[in-house]
Design a protein around this ligand. Structure first.
Ligand SMILES: [Zn+2]
Ligand SMILES: [Zn+2]
Length: 181
């Protein structure tokens, strides 16, 4: 793991009450990793149709019952007109997202992030998207290093969110139900 502030590799950590604390040896930034399992779920995100705007039903993941999109746009201070990576009628996107989220295919972004929220009109990264790195360790999936990216500028990391750990079976169930929405 790397320091989110200066990029230095983090080595030493201490665990206090199921939270692991890393202190960066060059800049002193403290990175907390919550070792508690988080509850993943999803809500249906409805984009209402109006002039020049397509209606859309998509997946908004929830973590401990909190909308992930709301958390991201609040922390990034951005607009919230996004579509979840699983959306009704978007078969190609859905198949792609499934492979990404279950780690059956490497991400195609340069940063190595998988996209969780995309442009509701075209799903192209060029319009801006929120993504994170997904990994699996043992029977746990981990979402970390959330960022806003558009494929041509440096990704903008969203600090103070995650990493989140999910139990594999529960995670896979939620992803499959989001796919079937
Ligand atoms: Zn640092
Ligand atoms: Zn677009």
């Amino acid at each position: 793991m790397k320091c989110r502030n200066c990029g230095e590799s983090l080595r030493d950590s201490a665990v206090i009450d199921k939270v692991e604390y890393y202190v960066c040896s060059s800049c002193g930034e403290v990175t907390e990793v919550d070792l508690n399992m988080k509850q993943l779920g999803f809500n249906i995100l409805h984009r209402k149709e109006s002039k020049g705007i397509h209606e859309c039903y998509s997946s908004d993941f929830t973590i401990e019952g909190q909308s992930l999109l709301t958390t991201l746009v609040t922390k990034a201070d951005g607009h919230r007109d996004f579509m979840g990576c699983f959306a009704k009628g978007w078969d190609k996107l859905n198949k792609h997202s499934l492979k990404q989220l279950l780690l059956q295919q490497p991400p195609e972004t340069e940063s190595g992030r998988s996209l969780i929220y995309v442009c509701p009109e075209c799903a192209d990264i060029g319009c801006g998207a929120y993504g994170c790195k997904i990994s699996k360790v043992g029977q746990e999936y981990i979402w970390s290093q959330f960022a806003y990216e558009n494929g041509y500028e440096e990704p903008q990391p969203i600090k103070e969110i995650g990493p989140f750990k999910f139990t594999a079976t529960e995670y896979e169930n939620v992803v499959n139900s989001a796919l079937a929405l």
